[in-house]
Design a binder for this molecule. Structure first.
Ligand code: SAM
Length: 231
C-alpha cells in the first residue's frame, strides 16, 4: 500500500543526488552546511510511467545523453531490478554512460506533483499500461481526465506524452481522453513516425518485445502539451 511508499512533500525536498551521482552540482558554501538535499546540475526532464524492467530507459539513455530520465515503477522488486541494471551499465561502460537514467519506486497515479514542478518535463512515456479491461476497473487506468491534468501540469508547453499499447480498446480510451483534454493536441502520425523515441518505444520495451514475439499489433499515439491560453 501507499503507506510504505516514500515520496517528497514537495519537489525541492526530493534528494536526487543518490540517483544521479554523475550530475551532482558543486555545493556552494551555504549548501555544504545545509541539511537540504544536494542539488543537481540539471533537472529530470523525461519520465517513464510504469517503466517495468527498464528497457525503454536503457535504450533512450545513450540516444538522449544530455537529458535526465526517470522510471517510475510501483513494484519494489521490479524497481530494484532496474536500479541494479542501471548501476551495472554505469560500471561496465564508465565515462558517464547511463548516469542520466534512474528508477524509483512510486505510485505515479498519486504523487507526480510531489516529484516535479510545473512545466519541468519535456517527455512522458506511458508504454503498455495495464489495461484494466472491466468497466468497474477503468478508474485504475493511468490515463484519465484527472490524471491528464496532472500530466499537463508537469509537462512544459511543446512537451509530448508518448503512448503505446497492444490493446486497441485501451488505445481508443487514451486517444479519447487526451483529445478531450484542452491542454493536449494529437501529434500527426507522420510526425510521430519520424520521432526516434517512437521506434525505441516499439522495439525496446519488454512488453513491446513480447507483443512482437506474438505477432501482435502495437497502437501508438502522441499528444503535445499546448501553450496555456492567455488569461
Ligand atoms: N512499460 C513497461 C514495458 O512497456 O515493458 C512495463 C509495462 S507493464 C504491462 C505495466 C507496469 O506498470 C508494471 O510494471 C506495473 O507494476 C507498473 N504500474 C502499474 N501501475 C502503476 C502506478 N500507479 N505507478 C507506477 N507504476 C505502475
Amino acid at each position: 500500500s501507499d503507506h510504505t511508499l516514500e515520496y517528497p512533500a514537495s519537489p525541492s525536498d526530493m534528494d536526487w543526488a543518490k540517483h544521479y551521482p554523475g550530475y551532482v552540482a558543486e555545493p556552494t558554501a551555504d549548501e555544504t552546511n545545509s541539511s537540504r538535499p544536494r542539488p543537481l546540475k540539471q533537472d529530470v526532464e523525461i519520465v517513464d510511467i510504469g517503466c517495468g524492467y527498464g528497457g525503454l530507459l536503457v535504450a533512450l539513455s545513450p540516444i538522449l545523453p544530455n537529458n535526465l530520465m526517470l522510471g517510475l515503477e510501483i513494484r519494489s522488486q521490479v524497481t530494484a531490478f532496474v536500479q541494479e541494471r542501471i548501476y551495472a551499465l554505469r560500471k561496465q561502460h564508465g565515462d558517464g554512460a547511463y548516469q542520466n537514467a534512474a528508477c524509483i519506486r512510486a505510485n505515479s497515479m498519486k504523487f507526480l506533483p510531489n516529484f516535479f514542478t510545473k512545466a519541468q518535463l519535456s517527455k512522458i512515456f506511458i508504454c503498455f499500461p495495464d489495461p484494466h479491461f472491466k468497466a468497474r476497473k477503468h478508474k485504475a487506468r493511468i490515463v484519465s481526465t484527472t490524471l491528464n491534468s496532472e500530466y499537463a501540469f508537469v509537462l512544459r508547453p511543446g512537451g509530448v506524452v508518448y503512448t503505446i499499447t497492444d490493446v486497441e480498446a485501451l488505445h481508443e480510451w487514451m486517444v479519447e481522453h487526451f483529445d478531450a483534454h484542452p491542454a493536449f493536441e494529437r501529434v500527426p502520425e507522420d510526425e510521430a513516425e519520424n520521432d526516434p523515441c517512437v521506434a525505441i518505444m516499439r522495439a525496446e520495451t519488454e512488453e513491446g518485445k513480447k507483443v512482437a514475439r506474438n505477432n501482435g499489433l502495437k497502437f501508438v499515439a502522441l499528444f503535445r502539451r499546448r501553450e496555456d491560453p492567455p488569461w
